[in-house]
Design a binder for this molecule. Structure first.
Ligand code: SER
Ligand code: ZN
Length: 499
């Protein structure tokens, strides 16, 4: 961001309580000093902002040109206090700031597509630059809106040039293992009648056999992880309000991939009577009528699982001696509006996940992550006998905010666990494990009594993903399953027969 050579041109006005002509000399003095000192402070020699013209009547008009060092809108704010000082002698007050013209020039190799951005009047591409014409006034300048607009555009220029760089770096890989099965696990599960499509997109109804396998996975998690590592169960909400996603960062990018939750506009039976009658007569659910009668979305269905848990800690101060805290939730489904194309049980709109969440000092977070990694390794090697690997990737909390790359602190980030899928010869992510740094305590304003840094980590264990990995390598015939696991599962129930 810093390397970008921005140029600013701003014509602003300070509204006065009465005509300011009598203060003209004092104002001239302030402008003179500003051009030498105030508007150059913090900038390298010869850089910063410059008032190129000014005038006074019922307002003080200033025309400012600047580079990236003292941005013109910052320059305008810097002028307020000294001007008020010069005006005070004459009992003239400043009543507000207006912006008549604000143009920002941002270099780019290629034009951006047409965009609708708040407070941007126009956006033109001219010989290697984007010219932004802003439509703002004082409150937006004070609220730092121009900086956020610039950051947004610079971000779009960068991702147009480099794409979103998803980081991926191999950390460890298991031995190659000869698969017992090479088919598509979803097809095999359908063929055996273990799963059937649900009525919704990307949703399955899981029969008793596969459910027993899921429950065995959960039992493994309980015995190998939750009990020995001292986890306590919680129940996290499964409808998530916007405020949670504002704090977690999801509000920046989640829109194309979330399931929206809309309440009715009213609970009043009479309000809904026409919908009810319409259905009774036509036997069709009148979607257009319903659309008019439901309210704006209050948020969406559970997406990342851990964010809504933080409401429990929001605004609290924790005593140091209760750390580290380890909690988990397995109380419900997660939902994502996945991109098209059927991906079987590997990629679903509705899925089941055990979410582990640990909170502590940076050292405790790192130490716990190591312990978990050891436990996972034991499970995937000795219990499930998978061909798998671990990779250091763009952390989920950045990816879900639409960001690429890696965080500044190198210990913060996500390990993806990937399994080899013999039928497609591709690797599939089947769970993750993250050090989330101070992101959540900061976002939800949670503090430690000692004032020391508070960090957190989380790990999502996707039951369908474990199943997809396991069945893809071992198939669904228990005879081909590793002994220990087969014994844990026991006999598979055979409930339904279809004629
Ligand atoms: N919260 C993490 C994620 O969404 C782990 O489940 O990936
Ligand atoms: Zn999480």
């Amino acid at each position: 961001m810093n390397e970008v050579e921005l140029k600013f041109h701003l014509i602003g006005r300070f509204k006065l309580s009465k005509n300011g002509a009598e203060a003209k000399d004092g104002i001239a003095g302030v402008i003179d000093d500003a051009n030498k000192n105030i508007l150059k402070k913090g900038a390298p020699k010869g850089r910063g902002a410059e008032i190129v013209s000014w005038g006074v009547d019922d307002t003080i008009m200033v025309e400012i040109r600047s580079d990236r060092y003292v941005r013109a809108h910052d320059a305008l704010l810097r002028l307020r206090k000294p001007l008020a000082g010069a005006l005070g002698k004459y009992r003239i007050g400043i009543r507000g700031i207006e912006v008549e013209k604000f143009t920002i020039t941002i270099p780019t190799e290629k034009p951006l597509k047409k965009l609708k951005i708040p407070f941007v009047r126009s956006m033109q591409y001219k010989s290697g630059n984007i010219l932004l014409e802003l439509d703002i006034t004082g409150p937006q300048i004070e609220g730092r809106v121009p900086d956020r607009i610039i950051a947004l555009i610079v971000d779009k220029i960068k991702s147009q040039k480099y794409g979103k760089k998803e980081h991926w770096e191999l950390l460890w890989a298991s031995k190659e293992k000869t698969p017992k099965f090479t088919g598509d696990p979803t097809q095999e599960l359908i063929k055996r009648g273990w799963i059937k499509h649900g009525s919704c997109r990307g949703q399955w109804i899981f029969g008793s056999q596969i459910t027993k396998v899921f429950r065995t996975f959960e039992q493994i998690v309980e015995e190998e992880i939750l009990k020995p590592l001292g986890y306590h169960e919680m129940i996290f909400p499964k409808v998530v309000a916007w405020d949670v996603w504002r704090r977690s960062g999801h509000a920046k990018a989640i829109y194309p991939e979330m399931y929206y939750v809309c309440p009715p506009k009213t609970r009043d039976e009479a309000y809904w009577e026409d919908v009810i009658d319409h259905y009774k007569v036509t036997l069709e659910v009148p979607l257009d009528m319903i659309k008019e009668k439901i309210d704006k979305p209050i948020g969406g269905l559970c997406y990342a699982q851990c964010p809504p848990a933080w409401g429990f800690l929001e605004g609290e101060t924790l005593p140091d001696d209760i750390l580290p805290i380890c909690v988990f939730d397995g109380s419900g489904t997660s939902h994502r509006y996945e991109s098209g194309g059927i991906r079987g049980i590997e990629r679903m709109d509705e899925f089941h996940r055990i979410e582990l969440l640990w909170i502590g000092t940076p050292e405790q977070i790192a130490e716990h992550s190591k312990k978990l990694q050891k436990r996972y390794k034991h499970i995937f090697e000795d219990v499930l006998d998978l061909q798998w690997r671990m990779a250091w990737v763009t952390p989920w909390f950045m990816a879900q905010e639409g960001l690429g790359g890696l965080p500044e602190k190198k210990e913060v980030g996500t390990i993806d666990y990937e399994a080899f899928m013999p039928y497609s010869k591709k690797w599939m992510e089947f769970q993750n494990l993250s050090n989330n740094g101070d992101k959540y305590p900061a976002g939800f304003n949670v503090k430690l009594q000692s004032g020391k840094e508070l960090w957190s980590g989380c790990s999502g264990i996707g039951l369908e993903r474990w199943a997809a990995a396991f069945f893809a390598q071992k198939g669904v015939d228990p005879n081909n399953w590793p002994n220990k696991f087969r014994k844990m599962v026991g006999d598979l129930p055979d409930v339904f027969k279809f004629l």
